[in-house]
Design a protein around this ligand. Structure first.
Ligand code: PMP
Length: 326
């Protein structure tokens, strides 16, 4: 018999899938690391499990304890799965710009969800960063995960996602392109691939309203770069410790409209029903066209599944209201 002992054992070993139509104008091979095959439907299952197991080992997460995290949904899902299997309580603190589907999904897997306003500064007591921290101080036997600064986030991708991409491409990968939020994915995969071959180029996808691109290019944390945006999952108004700028060769920014339109295109032209950051990632990759040549093998990572966006990027009324389609 061939079976996993619990759902957590099915995390990782996701397929690599060739893009055919959307990338037809490019000279190179483009392969998608297709992370929705994880049991929580996103790449975040990998780092969630790593963070929980490292916290158990360090003794900061004790039997019967409560896991608390400020999460846009996918990390919460991964943590919730680990909590269910391992017997912890899970509390997710989420910002009100996230889709209703994400909140309902977290509740479905047993999480308590607190919704906080988006348009306040991170240090404001109402922000989801502050609320998560406060709850962890108030609730006994609780552990605040802090995916932004928790080194197990980046480590998960160095230990699993990076090696998988290297082996699946037979070491032929030349470029890695991925959306950046906490920075765990780009930093973990990027440092693994560059350790195997220093010539691999690593590109981050950023969004308008986020600080990453300007900071990478100038070393300046420019508050003028910060304003509300629609794209989900990528961009930040802080510099998380998990963003290792030294393994990143460059950033490109994608507009909210382009990210939404390309999320639809992935589904309709490639049969890839994916989240909003996948739309941003593929559009960003197309913006980088001049950097790719005939023999290149470009890997783009798609973080999560389309089901979480049916009320938004896959709803034409919403798309029209936003002015993204006619
Ligand atoms: N896309 C989605 C849908 C996400 O949830 C996240 C995590 N915030 C990212 C991209 C960015 O990944 P990372 O946090 O590893 O930079």
């Amino acid at each position: 018999m061939d079976y996993a002992n619990n759902i957590l054992e099915t995390i990782g070993n996701t397929p690599l899938v060739k893009l055919n139509k959307l990338t037809a104008e490019l000279p190179c091979l483009v392969l998608a690391k297709y992370e929705t095959f994880n049991p929580g439907n996103s790449v975040k299952d990998r780092m969630a499990l790593q963070m929980v197991e490292d916290a158990e080992e360090a003794g900061v997460l004790q039997p019967g304890g409560t896991i608390i995290e400020g999460t846009s949904g996918n990390t919460g899902m991964g943590l919730a799965l680990a909590a269910v299997v391992k017997g912890y309580k899970m509390i997710c603190v989420i910002s009100d710009k996230q889709s209703k589907e994400k909140i309902d999904i977290l509740k479905a897997v047993g999480s308590e969800v607190h919704v906080c306003p988006t348009d306040v500064a991170p240090e404001d007591p109402r922000s989801y960063y502050s609320t998560a921290k406060r709850l962890s101080q108030e609730i006994p036997n609780s552990w605040y995960v802090n995916q932004y600064d928790n080194p197990s986030n980046c480590k998960a991708h160095f230990l699993s996602t990076g090696p998988e991409i290297w082996e699946q491409t037979n070491g032929k990968v030349t470029h890695f392109v991925v959306g950046v939020g906490t920075g765990g994915t780009i930093s973990g995969v990027g440092s693994y691939l560059k350790m195997k071959n220093p010539n691999v180029k690593v590109w981050g996808i950023d969004t308008y309203g986020s600080v990453f691109k300007k900071y990478h290019e100038t070393g300046i944390f420019d508050e003028n770069e910060i304003y509300p945006y629609v794209t989900e999952g990528i961009g930040e108004d802080i510099l998380p410790l998990n963003v290792n700028f030294s393994v990143i060769d460059g950033f490109t920014k994608v507009t909210d409209k382009d990210a939404a339109v390309y999320t639809q295109k992935l589904a309709k032209e490639e049969g890839m029903f994916l989240g909003n950051s996948a739309g941003a990632a593929i559009k960003g990759l197309l913006q980088l066209k001049e950097h790719f040549t005939k023999d290149d093998v470009v890997v783009v990572l798609f973080h999560d599944h389309g089901s979480r966006y049916v009320g938004k990027m896959f709803n034409d009324d919403w798309m029209r209201q936003m002015g993204y389609i006619e």
